[in-house]
Design a protein around this ligand. Structure first.
Ligand SMILES: Nc1ncnc2c1ncn2[C@@H]1O[C@H](COP(=O)(O)OP(=O)(O)O)[C@@H](O)[C@H]1O
Ligand SMILES: Cc1ncc(COP(=O)(O)O)c(N)n1
Length: 293
């Protein structure tokens, strides 16, 4: 049976972050992707120009439209924009008895631009974190949620992960991507009686737009069929491959997107040739249009 995964998040017209990254990650993990939009964002790989938060009742209508018709196996929450949207999401997810909720408490984009109104932090902490199976803050978001100004280190991350879990999420995945000095990019998964270090070699690339979105979305897609530990491990391995292959894409001049389908595209010429009975071909979209500039 296929799993139906819902993203509740904002948009990125260049396709690297928000619902676009989520839909790609859900699909790459073998899930059926769905999305309810919270905010329409004018952004590209260089930064955020502006955003329009949708009317909270309309966000609620989208969520109801999905749950009233489709079995939802997991939910990923990303950019929520403001406190009223947070209240609506929490109320609707509670009413629909949603499970397997992954909360990425998106606050600031890679470019440094704000994606969340300040009054929404308390609402996220009080209303969404306690509903979450896994909450996935990066280090700046962890500081905001805890009201701290920690000097980041692996030791400080261990302490923060424990404190973050006290806010009510069943598991915390504290992401260490912002610990730039270290050779490994280490995330800490902290849950009932367990803390696991998820470590991967740090990749030198600017094409890291949407890493957090992709990781949390991949976890959500895996959660209905795997343990939290296995979901996090597999999602991290997938993210690492997508980040390593990101420079195969040629998208924008700032923080480029990840290559969500790097494995599939490698197989694509052969699969298409087999499907059409035309023999081996190299005329896939990537080969034809890949580096045309
Ligand atoms: N340069 C990198 N090399 C390898 N993994 C990275 C790198 N940057 C981030 N990651 C990983 O990407 C995921 C997202 O991390 P992070 O950048 O901290 O979050 P966010 O995108 O929310 O700011 C984490 O698993 C982190 O370890
Ligand atoms: C709609 C939306 N959601 C999330 C992010 C964060 O992604 P990143 O930190 O990689 O910029 C973003 N830029 N836009």
């Amino acid at each position: 049976m296929t799993m139906n995964i819902l993203s509740i998040a904002g948009t990125d017209p260049t396709g690297g972050a928000g619902i676009h990254a989520d839909i790609k990650a859900f699909s790459a993990m073998g899930g059926y992707a769905m999305a309810a939009i919270t905010a329409v964002v004018a952004q590209n790989t260089r930064g955020v120009r502006s955003f329009v938060a949708l009317d909270p009742s309309f966000v609620g209508d989208q969520i109801d439209a999905v749950f009233d018709d489709v079995r939802v196996d997991a939910v990923k929450i990303g950019m929520v924009a403001n406190a009223r949207i947070v209240e609506t999401i929490a109320q609707r997810l509670y009413a629909h008895r949603a499970g397997n909720i992954v909360l990425d408490p998106v606050m600031v984009a890679k470019s440094g631009d704000h994606l969340l109104e300040p009054d929404a932090v308390a609402a996220i902490s009080e209303l969404l974190v306690p509903l979450a199976t896994v909450t996935t803050p990066n280090l700046p978001e962890a500081d905001v949620l805890l009201g701290t100004d920690a000097k980041w280190s692996l030791d400080a991350m261990r302490t923060s992960a424990v404190e973050l879990r006290q806010l009510g999420s069943e598991w915390i995945l504290l992401k260490g991507g912002h610990l730039h000095g270290s050779a490994q990019s280490v995330d800490l998964l902290h849950g009932p009686q367990t803390t696991i270090e998820l470590s991967a070699p740090r990749i030198r690339t600017r094409s890291d737009h949407g890493t957090g979105c992709t990781l949390s979305a991949a976890i959500a897609a895996l959660l209905p069929t795997c343990s939290v530990e296995d979901s996090a491990r597999m999602a991290k391995a997938y993210l690492h491959g997508a980040l390593a292959a990101s420079e195969d894409l040629d998208v924008g001049h700032g923080h480029g997107p990840l290559h969500h389908f790097h494995q599939l595209w490698r197989e694509l010429p052969r699969s298409l040739a087999e499907l059409s009975g035309t023999g081996e071909t190299t005329t896939t979209q990537s080969a034809e249009h890949g580096n045309s500039r």
